[in-house]
Design a protein around this ligand. Structure first.
Ligand SMILES: C[S@@+](CC[C@H](N)C(=O)[O-])C[C@H]1O[C@@H](n2cnc3c(N)ncnc32)[C@H](O)[C@@H]1O
Length: 252
């Protein structure tokens, strides 16, 4: 019998709690993204690309908001993709692809997305690759389509306050771990590794991401706006800001 994930919604829920320990306002950024999608499609069902979508958090929220949306999710992590496949089933097209090469576009079912959405992911890529990826994202949007990237993006006009905001976030997160309110990143992966279905996929993941986590490269919003402008978008700006994080947006 093919092994299956007994309860993908339980894994999705524990992923969400684990991510929220880092990003307490995570749902606010998703709501801001989906408001921008709504404003872009004027009542039509949107065609959405969830880039580095992991377990499918953005895809699930897009489908809850726009039940007839056409959703594509791209990621490289076999364990997170297994959760995404189980919870999205036939409601999304799931693509395994590596964003560190331009070939990721070759497996996409469309080249005219209304929106490309991504969160807490593109800081895994180095600066030169991310700059090129911004151009490739522009290429898979329809004219007038939008890109939104929510990630750790400090405001470089506020260097001292940024340090204090980061320290405050760190102590709030430590308090959540101490109280058992959420698993840390490494604890979550230990649980996944112990699951009979996810465990072998976590082993595969270790070969794909040998360090297990992202590099600490988090340029400020101004860097992203410059890179997006250079990539050919017609409008670029900040859609949402919270603490040391922000969501930048760009219109093709
Ligand atoms: C912290 S998770 C965020 C996932 C999801 N966007 C969310 O908010 O829950 C970062 C994601 O980036 C993906 N990622 C990192 N580097 C990647 C690459 N080169 N190609 C595809 N996905 C990548 C990881 O596999 C992981 O799913």
């Amino acid at each position: 019998m093919t092994p299956y994930i007994v309860d993908s919604s339980a894994w999705q829920e524990s992923w969400d709690r684990q991510q929220e320990a880092y990003l307490p306002d995570r749902e606010h950024r998703f709501a801001a993204m989906l408001d921008a999608v709504d404003a872009t499609v004027d009542g039509r069902p949107p065609r959405v690309l969830d880039l580095a979508g992991g377990t499918g958090t953005i895809s699930l929220r897009a489908l809850a908001r726009f039940p007839t949306a056409e959703v594509t999710l791209v990621d490289l992590d076999p364990a997170l993709l297994a959760i995404a496949r189980a919870s999205l089933a036939d409601r999304a097209t799931i693509v395994t692809a590596d964003l560190s090469t331009p070939n990721w576009r070759s497996s996409l079912p469309h080249r005219d997305y209304d929106a490309v959405l991504t969160a807490t992911a593109l800081h895994w890529l180095p600066a030169d690759r991310l700059s090129r990826l911004y151009g490739e994202i522009n290429d898979v949007l329809r004219p007038g389509g939008i890109f939104v990237n929510a990630d750790h993006m400090p405001d470089d006009t506020l260097p001292e306050l940024t340090k204090r905001l980061a320290a405050r976030a760190h102590s709030q997160r430590a308090a959540r771990y101490a109280a058992g309110a959420a698993l840390s990143w490494s604890q979550w992966w230990e649980r996944a590794g112990a699951d009979p279905v996810l465990g072998p996929l976590v082993v595969q993941r270790q070969a794909i991401y040998p360090t297990g986590h992202s590099p600490e490269w988090t340029p400020p919003v101004s860097w992203h706006l410059t890179a997006l402008g250079t990539a050919g978008f017609t409008e670029v700006g900040t859609l949402w800001r919270g603490g040391v994080d922000a969501a930048v947006t760009a219109v093709r």
